[in-house]
Write a protein of this length. Sequence first.
Length: 347
Amino acid sequence: MKMISRRDFMKASAVVGAAGVLTACGGSSSSTAASSTAASSAAASSEAATGSANVGVCIYQFADNFMTLYRTDLEEYLKDKGYSVTIVDGKNDQNTQTEQINTFLQQGVDVLIINPVQTTSAQTIVDTIKPSETPIVFINREPEKAVLDSYAGKCCYVGADARQSGTYQGELILETETQGDINGDGKITYIMCKGDPENIDAQYRTEYSIKALTDAGKEVECLYEYLDNWDQTTAQQDVANALAQYGDKIEVVFCNNDAMALGALQSIEQAGRTVGKDIYLVGVDALKEAVQNVVDGKMTGTVLNDDVGQATAAADATQLFVEGKDVEEYYWVDYVKVTTENAAQYL
């Protein structure tokens, strides 16, 4: 039996959901996952003349595991549409990214796709680009609505509502046998491994994972929040310190992404703890290694941050700009809970 890759699986899902292509909503999270016809038309679009549009793509950092998946998909879909694509690494430095944006403007690219290093710099980015009238597709890191409004008709955001991912993390804990209260004292005690504090995804995942518990009537206690900046090694060190300090008091480890969850798992195992037995662990992104850990019972669950769906939607929004068609302000792609029951399909 031939195994289908995660990307091909999700592209197939996109074909099934083609009727919902680029479903837009004005700021709320209610869209189909992987909503695009790009996958079904790939063969035809690949015959288009290469260079029919020049697209510049700014990624905040190539070293990010999730953005590696995302940019690989994005480049594929843009090239399928016949566009010339240049992707640059911001190296997690806003000054570097700003220089890259200016270079793209000097080159006269037709559309800029930007994954900002700092969302607080999004308005400055728009102000820099606006005089050239170059359209912008912001991806993955959501700017304030006022930023998009300031360049109306020429600027949009493609992403997933991080409140949903946080809520799903909380629900994964509520769906366990003990509903997170392993020691049965009526209270869920946890630690939180957080991403970039300026990133709205990190903020919402931190807030809404716990809100899901309290909305369900659970009493919670945060033992400590660690600023691990999406980094696996940093999370590993912090969780090791937490386990040494708090021991069995830690019932749940929440991580804003899977990279940090993988680091946390290393320390959990080194401390002699067992996920699913005396501790729970959840992440976000559905990285292959994390999904395998869910299958193997080494993680409680993760949440699919649909790189295929988002890349497809970003490529389709880019096409609308290239063709001079109307573009909505927001395009949302749903997250998906990944559990032991469905994890195998995401490998």
